[in-house]
Design a binder for this molecule. Sequence first.
Ligand code: ADE
Length: 425
Amino acid sequence: MDHKEGQYKVADLSQADAGRMRIEWAESRMPVLMKLREEYSQTKPFAGYKITGCLHVTKETAVLIETLQACGAEVAWSGCNPLSTNDEVAAALAEAGIQIYAWYGQNTEAFYWCIDRTIDKTPDTTLDDGADLIFRVHSAFPEKMADIIGGSEETTTGVHRLRAMAADGKLGYPVYAVNDAETKWDFDNVYGTGQSTLDGILRASSVLLAGKNFVVAGYGHCGRGVAMRAKGMGANVIVTEVKATAALKATLEGMRVMTMEEAARVGDIFVTATGMKDVIRGEHFITMKEGAIVCNTGHYDVELNLAELAELSTDARMIRDDNREYTLENGRKVYVLADGRLVNLAAAEGHPSEVMDMSFANQFQAHLALIKSHEAGEKLENTVIDLPEELDQEIAQMKLETMGLTLDRLTDEQIVYATDYSAGT
Ligand code: ADE
């Protein structure tokens, strides 16, 4: 471990050059964020502000961090999952002077130690993925809250929890729901999760997807993305749901819908994407077919009840990277990928850069909005706030331009027609 007190703690600084090349690769595929960097590094709107983040340390996140830094911020960072840090990227960031505390394979104590070191810096704004940093500020450092202008949250799970906290009157500062921007959830959650989850499954198992019974628990945006991509690879997709409209959508999109009790008996590959705990538990594991592969792509590792699986097993061993074989008391073998952590980040590299480009453009804009309101003397309510809708169109427009695509324009007559309620048959 390489540790410089007050500055960084990463696995191995000698990996910095390899990390730098990964970051350069991501930069070349994140044109929207790079454009924001170019524009705002002239005026440095974050000069004099400390931004503390707790979000997967990937090459894409590095592009965000270095964009915030180029625009004047002092940045401190930790990873938001014990198994998602890319050590090469973390080393490159440490070498570039970022206050970073992150390495792959942490225990719970180390995980919170890293978050705490970033809170020590007394942030002006916080940037979360899963809300662990915000919760930690509230529970362990409440005295820092008065200094915090606001925060942002990247995920569905985090936004749900923060809304619950706000409804209880317990949220100590305003938080932008970056997840809820259309240019985030309708792309990152669907196409990002769809591709990166299959990437993780394939890296950890290298199985053929065509012809397999592929069970997706949860048909929200993430589950839908996974189901769509698995179907595209020739799998027979089965969806389990607790919400009637979501189950109906899955059926009309060509998926089979059944309960987990039924799916457990026929599935070859299982992915949870629900945000709920104990979605696959002992009673399901015990009825699975020989060789079933099980993983999770939701934020927390609670969706699979691995304690119950361990109780039902006579043996467990790592059979290859990110793939643990459990031998059940009935003699069958079940394979759990990435120990139930999000398989797309633990066993692969997370969502592709092209998708994170838009998600992180939203993050950048959220912090810009927080600083602008602060400097204008506007006090935002201590609640969860949506980003303005116009921003979605702006980010989408920038993305289209970088892809060389052009929109049609309405004619003057069409603009009149759009609001002409007297026009009929
Ligand atoms: N979440 C999902 N994929 C990610 C990535 N590539 N970087 C950061 N956070 C992510």
